[in-house]
Design a binder for this molecule. Sequence first.
Ligand code: GLY
Length: 258
Amino acid sequence: MKKFNHVIVRRPCKSVCDGITSAPELGKPDYEKALRQHDAYISALSRCGVDITILPPDDRYPDSCFVEDPAICTKNCAIITNPGAESRRGEKYEIVDAIKQFYKDEDIEYIKEPGTLEGGDVMMVGDDFYVGRSARTNEEGIRQLTDILERHGMTCTEVPLEKVLHLKTGVNYLEHDHMLVSGEFVTKPEFQKYDRIEIPEEEAYAANCIWVNETVIVPEGYPTVLKAVQDLGYKTLVVDTSEFRKIDGGLSCLSLRF
Ligand code: GLY
């Protein structure tokens, strides 16, 4: 099944070392290594039948390589978000031109103050979307998102988060009813109807895999998750994301896929 034709990424900037982190004990990202891992990420995506738009680094925003947060791309519209992290708020202005290459102006919507929303909190399951209420995404942001999605023929379900940064930190949809779940998402009632693949605590980071046209990209170093995904019948590609993990980043946040 081919679902995605386009991917947008942004190169990590030198200030990536100062990205927001909840895990300072992992140390700061090594910039050169982050670039090499980003190269490998782009190379993996290029094997999945998509064209790739590569945006230049933007040193004003240490977290700007995580393009998934300032925009959401659906089949019917794109949504420019309003990131809840103050240091990331300006990223929304820098993604608009790239989005305009693919969507007509009338199909681009905007989350407005006092709403905040980050794309890492939004998970697409066909025409239905789940949105995490998190430290970054507030009630008003969810209200606006719900309104936008419904106007464009889609639905939205709120999922309250207790522990993780973003919704997709701990739950990701691999199409065909398969859903990777870790931690607090194992028991969430909203996801009980799916074929849930429970991720062991020690590999929780790898709940953040991405499905791209029947290939699943898995972070390096998580053998249980890799095998579980392969057992589902998917072709897999493995990419090392150690430097992005140090600043709470993973495979999904590094691209917009649509
Ligand atoms: N460092 C990724 C984020 O906090 O948004």
